[in-house]
Design a protein around this ligand. Structure first.
Ligand code: PRP
Ligand code: URA
Length: 207
């Protein structure tokens, strides 16, 4: 299932990210803010349990998060900026890392690092990567998470191409995808058009 979060705040922030004149500091801050807003939607179905507590005025039962604990998993490098934002909302979540880069010639994902919470199988997993282009990186990361035992996975991206959405939906129909926008297409180099460029390079100023 694909959810496109069309909230005006998200769309406005995303337009600033797209702007070629936006610098790395603002780009990072916007990516982090959009990630928090996406998490608001992606975490809509978290369980809550009425929990007894004392307000300054009365004793009562009030909803507190319950159920499976959370894991945020970043696809390196660019996914890091998203988990950094989302941990401000759910500070108890554990954070995992999957190191993948896309070979510029073949566009195939190349794995170079991973570290997941030991109890990943018991956690609800939110996988983050700002860009879902061909879908190769996200699909490989989801496969890796499933092989490690993860059962409930949502993929959170800022920008997607229709091609990438189709690949993840075909490879992993059980994984919900939450994005801020789906653009027109990929260009011949596998870049999302109109897009926002290379997310990792814009976040870390490496180009
Ligand atoms: C970018 C992006 C995704 C991937 C998307 O990462 O952050 O991980 O490309 O492309 P795909 O859907 O075609 O696989 P990149 O490979 O540039 O690595 P980086 O984050 O280290 O810059
Ligand atoms: N990776 C990016 O960072 N941007 C794209 O447009 C495609 C892949």
């Amino acid at each position: 299932m694909l959810t496109v979060v069309t909230h005006p705040l998200i769309q406005h922030k995303l337009s600033i990210m797209r702007n070629v004149t936006t610098g790395a500091k603002e780009f990072r801050e916007l990516a982090s803010e959009i990630s928090m807003l996406l998490a608001y939607e992606a975490m809509r179905d978290l369980d809550v349990t009425p929990t007894p507590l004392q307000t300054p005025l009365e004793h009562g039962e009030f909803p507190m998060l319950s159920g499976k604990k959370l894991a945020l998993v970043a696809i390196l490098r660019a996914g890091l900026v998203m988990t950094d934002g989302i941990t401000q909302l759910v500070p108890a979540a554990k954070v995992g890392h999957i190191g993948l880069y896309r070979d510029p010639q073949t566009l195939q994902p190349v794995a170079y690092y991973n570290k997941l919470p030991a109890d990943i199988a018991e956690r609800r997993v939110f996988l983050t990567d700002p860009m879902l282009a061909t879908g190769g990186s996200a699909s490989a990361a989801i496969r890796f998470l499933k092989d490690a035992g993860a059962q409930t996975i949502k993929l959170m991206c800022i920008l997607a191409a229709p091609e990438g959405v189709a690949v993840v939906e075909a490879d992993h129909p059980d994984v919900e995808i939450v994005v801020a926008a789906v653009d027109e297409r990929l260009n011949d180099h596998g870049y999302i058009v109109p897009g926002l460029g290379d997310a990792g390079d814009r976040i870390y100023g490496t180009k």
